[in-house]
Design a protein around this ligand. Structure first.
Ligand code: 0RA
Length: 645
């Protein structure tokens, strides 16, 4: 390097550092949080760069490895990140990509970056938040390498050998100074995202290897994901536990005003609406303009078709938007050059122009589809008519709920033992299985801020019930009124109104056995289908009562697992008296308070939906008609596996 170049090199390094330092100072601004979620986002960010290279047509295979030390390696067979001098920056392009915030891979002006992590921040962020990162580039016959410590390059990019290969390999180890909560990668979380990416980007092979664990045959655990049919397969995967109404998944793709739109959908015998939407491979949990465009396109097209078919002539009321989506499972995936994300979790697409594009694209393509598939078209219209009739009945039932609400004393259900605090942010309500446990909880609670709502045994399985049955159900009506949540507006019969939510913590408290977890799952299913925003906004929790009380002399301690039980017993010098709690009812009020309700000592598990598709599949499996997969799942007692992080 010349003196001049050296000066430039260090000047640029300093400037780059400022951006990188900022990432380290405010990591959450860039990756959302520094808990397990942020930790996993680092992987997605790196993989997204390889996906972009694949979408540009230069790469078809991506290998992701969880190494023994919980570092991650992402390897692709793309063109390799350029290593030549970046004219403006005066350093290797590779170093620019790795150390400049916002540099991304935007050399190619023609190929807009379509994928991108939740915040689309680029691999330099990952570098800044890693205690060590190594980038290796295989390109034009040579191997190049550069390493970094906490985002600072350790030496200029150097050639280290020759190769026939092409591609980029990045290995990074998240920085323990930043990720203080955990550094441990979850295989399942990564696998579910890699599977999702393979469905969203058909034709790309994505493998995941876990070098921390070997299977029986002495091989590392892992899976390879590849989808030939993309979204079509994704829909079949999501609906694996439901009964389809048609043989083939409806699929169409096209482009409108430079926005690529892909839709796969099928109707099934259930009453649930299952829409999953993606923008640039990001799951838009909160929906947005693309989703409303899809809804409008679907409604208009089906309405037109139904009217012209004459099948709806005898109907005495209007068909509503919802009716077109009952029993519909659909995935809509769009690519937007400059997406604007809004909403609580920044997963709602805000770009106004997208709505009309998607709506037009869907209308045109669905109209063609219906013309060409009259049998499917007929099935859909029949399903829609049934849905409209059921909704009509449901509306009557709902009006009854509202009237009852006004009539009962103070508007609250008689079974609710309310708390005295008035500020919802400070209030908690425990939904407790059974009247007897409800009684204990009522005695044990702190009545200042804790309310108790006992629920009778098994609550209704909403996955299998029609909407009007759900609204007629007394337990469910009690939940609505106790929480202060109302549902339904003129335009949208399922719109939630959370503005009068009476408790910011809603705690499901059930026995720590199979029955208890089944009941917890029923309640969760209800929240998932009818009050999903409560979960999304982080209001829903699961209490964790202990399994054992270990006693010896005047020493006693609770245990939540068999291992804990044995350890405590040993601490007590062995031969301790062990009481197994078969249910909440066996605990007295003090014990319940000490172990499960007292904010100082309890553990509440917050329910969150990391992956809507996965949660949807699990609920439809747990609560649907097919018994064997449900039994197997419950027996493995991993009920909350992918629902609760
Ligand atoms: C921009 C230009 C070129 C390659 C890439 C980006 C690239 C970036 C990443 C990140 C991970 N893997 C990647 N593979 C490629 C190459 C342009 C050219 O060769 O003309």
């Amino acid at each position: 390097m010349s003196e001049e170049a050296k000066k430039q090199y260090s000047a640029d390094s300093i400037q780059a550092l400022e951006g990188m330092e900022h990432v380290r100072m405010r990591p959450s601004m860039y990756i959302g949080d520094v808990g397990p979620r942020g930790l996993h986002h680092l992987v997605y960010e790196v993989v997204d760069n390889s996906i972009d290279e694949a979408l540009a047509g230069h790469c078809d295979t991506i290998h992701v490895t969880i190494n023994e030390d919980n570092s991650i390696t992402v390897e692709d067979n793309g063109r390799g990140i350029p290593v030549d001098l970046h004219k403006k920056e005066g350093i290797s392009a590779l170093e620019v990509v790795m150390t400049k915030i916002g540099a991304g891979g935007k050399f190619d002006k023609d190929s807009y970056k379509v994928s991108g992590g939740l915040h689309g921040v680029g691999v330099s962020c990952v570098n800044a938040l890693s205690e060590h990162l190594k980038a290796t580039v295989y390109r034009e016959g040579k191997i190049w390498e550069q390493e970094y410590e906490r985002g600072k390059s350790m030496y200029p990019v150097k050639p280290i050998g020759e190769t026939e290969k092409r591609g980029t390999t990045v290995t990074f180890k998240p920085d323990p100074i930043i990720f203080t909560q955990t550094l441990e990668y979850s295989y399942d979380t990564l696998a579910s995202r890699m599977r999702e990416l393979s469905f969203l980007n058909k034709g790309i092979t994505i493998s995941l290897t876990d070098r921390r664990h070997k299977n029986k045959d002495g091989e590392f655990e892992g899976e390879t994901f590849f989808s030939e049919e993309g979204l079509k397969e994704f829909v079949r995967f999501l609906d694996g536990n439901r009964e389809p109404l048609m043989q083939e998944v409806i699929f169409f793709e096209g482009e409108k005003n430079d926005i690529p739109v892909e839709v796969a959908m099928i109707y099934n015998t259930s009453y649930a609406e299952n829409l999953h939407s993606y923008v640039n491979n990001i799951n838009t949990h909160e929906g947005g303009t693309h989703l409303s465009g899809f809804r409008r396109g679907l409604t208009n097209t089906l309405k037109k078709y139904a009217d012209s078919s004459g099948m709806t002539d005898k109907l005495k009321f209007e068909i509503a938007g919802d009716d077109f989506r009952e029993g519909l499972t659909a995935i809509i995936s769009v690519k937007v050059a400059e997406p604007q994300f809004e909403g609580q979790t920044k997963t709602k697409l805000g770009n106004r122009e997208v709505s009309a594009s998607v709506s037009q694209a869907v209308s045109e393509m669905l109209t063609d589809y219906l013309e060409e598939h009259p049998d499917d078209a007929k099935i859909i219209v029949q399903k829609v008519i049934l849905a409209a009739q059921a909704r009509h009945a449901a509306q009557k039932a709902r009006e009854m709920v509202q009237r009852k609400t006004v009539m009962s004393i103070g508007g609250l259900p008689g079974k609710l033992s309310d708390c005295s605090e008035q500020d919802p942010a400070k209030c908690e309500v425990f939904l407790v299985e059974g009247d007897s446990a409800g009684g204990t909880a009522k005695q044990g609670r702190d009545r200042n801020f804790q309310a108790i709502l006992p629920l009778r045994g098994k609550i209704l399985n909403v996955e299998k019930a029609m909407q009007h049955k759900v609204f007629e159900n007394e337990e469910i009506r009690n939940i609505f009124t106790a929480l202060g949540v109302t549902i339904g507006t003129e335009e949208d019969s399922k719109a939630l109104n959370l503005s009068k939510l009476r408790y910011h913590k809603i705690v499901i408290m059930c026995d720590a056995d199979i029955d208890g977890s089944h009941i917890a799952t029923l309640i969760l299913t209800f929240f998932f289908r009818y009050m999903r925003e409560l979960i999304e906004n982080g209001h829903v929790y699961i209490a964790t009562p202990p399994l054992y009380l270990v006693k010896k002399g005047n020493k006693k301690q609770y245990a939540w697992t068999d291992k804990e039980r044995d350890e405590i017993s040993e601490q007590f010098g062995g031969s301790a008296n062990i009481q197994r709690y078969k249910g909440l009812g066996e605990m007295n009020a003090d014990q319940l308070w000490d172990t499960t309700m007292n904010p100082e000592f309890r553990t509440l598990r917050k329910v969150n939906i990391e992956n809507g598709g996965e949660a949807d599949r699990i609920f439809s499996m747990l609560m649907g008609d097919e018994v064997p997969p449900r039994r197997e799942f419950i027996e493995k007692n991993a009920i909350y596996a992918n629902i609760d992080a």
